[in-house]
Design a protein around this ligand. Structure first.
Ligand SMILES: C[S@@+](CC[C@H](N)C(=O)[O-])C[C@H]1O[C@@H](n2cnc3c(N)ncnc32)[C@H](O)[C@@H]1O
Length: 201
């Protein structure tokens, strides 16, 4: 399956009219598609829009060497999505995911789409924090679940470690086209809630 088809499949799986978060937004290309497809009640767009000086990010879009003007990218995003921001559907969170995800009430999100810092520790942390933030039946979606140009096998390894650590609470719903979709099937207290399959009858 190619990348574009994989992403379309993720969009088809997202719960409709729900509350979700996109981690790593850039210019909003996928934000636009989430808004159009899932029609969320609220979507949090989380991105610090800053260049990183960490040597691990040397070859990333958001690495210092890229020379990108992140304030301009941010300004363009806010301009392009002004109507969604004004309506309250889109909430822009200009912070790193570790800060933003940690502030959500446990179980308050229906989905998270992770496409931020692609290093192992960051992806593992985003997955763990997303698990805490998502309700039972919610989806944790991970982009670039494939060997990468500069991130190597970090995302594959982080996802595998996460799934192993939480196999009692998580089930893989879809894997293909560099996308991984994980359903939260059990709460931290062992509460089952209702899974997506049960909610859809
Ligand atoms: C691959 S781009 C996102 C692309 C976007 N999801 C799309 O499909 O169009 C990665 C983004 O992650 C952001 N980013 C880097 N570190 C981050 C972090 N710690 N938390 C959230 N976003 C981060 C970067 O600023 C960059 O905009």
């Amino acid at each position: 399956m190619d990348y574009a088809t994989g992403r379309t499949h993720v969009l088809d799986l997202l719960p409709k009219g729900d509350v979700g978060a996109e981690i790593g937004v850039w210019q909003g290309g996928f934000t636009d598609r989430i808004l159009a497809h899932a029609r969320p009640w609220r979507l949090y767009a989380v991105d610090p829009w800053v260049l990183s000086t960490d040597p691990l990010h040397r070859d990333a879009w958001y690495g210092a060497a890229s020379g990108v003007d992140m304030d301009a990218v941010y300004a363009g995003f806010v301009r392009d999505f002004d109507a969604d921001i004004a309506s309250g559907v889109l909430q822009v969170v200009r912070e790193k995911s570790a800060t933003a995800l940690g502030r959500f009430e446990p179980g308050s999100l229906g989905f998270v789409y992770i496409d931020g810092d692609h290093t192992y520790d960051a992806v593992r942390r985003d997955l763990d924090l997303s698990l805490a933030a998502c309700r039972v039946g919610g989806l944790i979606c991970l982009d670039d679940h494939c060997p990468g140009k500069w991130w190597g096998d970090s995302i594959l390894r982080a996802a595998a470690a996460f799934l192993q650590a939480h196999e009692d609470r998580c089930t893989v719903r879809f894997s293909g086209g560099a996308q991984l979709v994980i359903e939260v099937t059990m709460g931290p207290d062992g509460g089952k809630g209702r899974t997506i399959a049960e909610r859809q009858g």
